[in-house]
Design a protein around this ligand. Sequence first.
Ligand SMILES: Nc1ncnc2c1ncn2[C@@H]1O[C@H](COP(=O)(O)OP(=O)(O)OP(=O)(O)O)[C@@H](O)[C@H]1O
Ligand SMILES: [Mg+2]
Length: 424
Amino acid sequence: MSNFLYGIDFGTTNSALSIYDEDKKEILTTITVPSILYFQEEQSSSAPLNYVVGDEAIAAYLEDGMKGRFMKSIKRILPRSSFIETRVHNKRLNASDLVTYILRELKQRADAFIGQDCRKAVIGRPVFFDDDNTDKDALAQRRLSKAAEQSGFEEVRFQFEPIGAAFAYEKTISKRERVLVADLGGGTTDFTYLILDPEKVGSKDRRNDIIATGGIYIGGDSFDSAFMWDKGTPHFGKDTQYEAGPGKMLTVPVSLFANICSWEQMNFFNGQKIKNDIDNYYYYSKQNRKFKNLLTLINNNLGYSVFQSIERTKVELSKSDQSEFKYAKMDIEIDDKISLENYNQIIEKDLNKISSYLDEFLQNAHIKPDEIDSLFLTGGTSLVSAIQSLFQARFPDTPVHSGDNFISVAKGLAYSGYLFEQEN
Ligand SMILES: Nc1ncnc2c1ncn2[C@@H]1O[C@H](COP(=O)(O)OP(=O)(O)OP(=O)(O)O)[C@@H](O)[C@H]1O
Ligand SMILES: [Mg+2]
């Protein structure tokens, strides 16, 4: 039997597990799965729930004609105290249960790889699960710990995700550096400022090297929601008028559209009343086809596929200054041209929040720009062109490094075995 440790990054969009061989002191491999859950429509009421995780979840959901329960961005519900449980068929699932499905999947795949049952893990967590509310943060941490336990882990330590990213970067440098790490993911943007030193890799206590950590609850999901709000909802009836009484035209309340802009809402969307309202708007707007689109979207569970189109547009705009927002399913048809300039306007509010948070972070920790030797940017959202411009503009003379956008955190967590050795 060898000794292994898993570094687990449970991400809003993607999760990853690095298998660390503690005897050889190296990572054997890193397994990744999209953080997506799908419960098939057909279930037997006596057997445990049938479910699929990751890419297979997407395939099964499409194959089943988008029926069943599809859940994305589950990490976002961890700090939600208003979320107690959801019912899937006749089973009640709480936040930890949902996360367990993903952690267990990663563990099973990794255990199969090493041929052992490894119960030791360093699990990542964002610096703040929610913006600065300590009760919610503690709740999220408890729920994640419970999920780790339910997944079969017995020895668990937690590490801030950006510190994980930093340790992965540390493996690639040859001299001591004071580094600002920004990990921009699907749910959160996390920062850490620390001293990295190749000679200290794996050493027992890094507490004194980690000078500041911080984060903000904005990431790729926020960009996608802003895009849906700006470019998507007008196709589904936002800003459309209906006849509220004889001769009295009103615009549909915008609150209706919040439901289709975020995954917190979409995952647990159960809207008989909302569907009735939309039916009414459809009727009283003289069958405006935009409301028909909204009914089609909701009745056929098309949310994920619309968001896939939104993500494709975003990814395209990371390499090009022109793209299209295209969607065609059932009777919904969208084909809009989007320039990078327009996209940057859509996400401007979020960009400004990231930028002001960065100011606050540097100020609170008394970090001056000339005290940063290099920047390490990681996470999928670090590929967004306006994000890269933001960092270039803020630190014009500082070298910017990046690498392994989707697995650096898991790798660095796997290098965090020192957490088991230090006294608390
Ligand atoms: N080429 C790209 N351009 C822009 N955004 C991208 C690109 N590729 C992925 N993304 C976005 O990156 C995000 C996922 O990044 P990542 O896997 O780092 O997040 P995560 O670790 O799951 O989330 P978090 O760390 O916040 O919990 C998604 O919002 C995705 O749309
Ligand atoms: Mg991440």
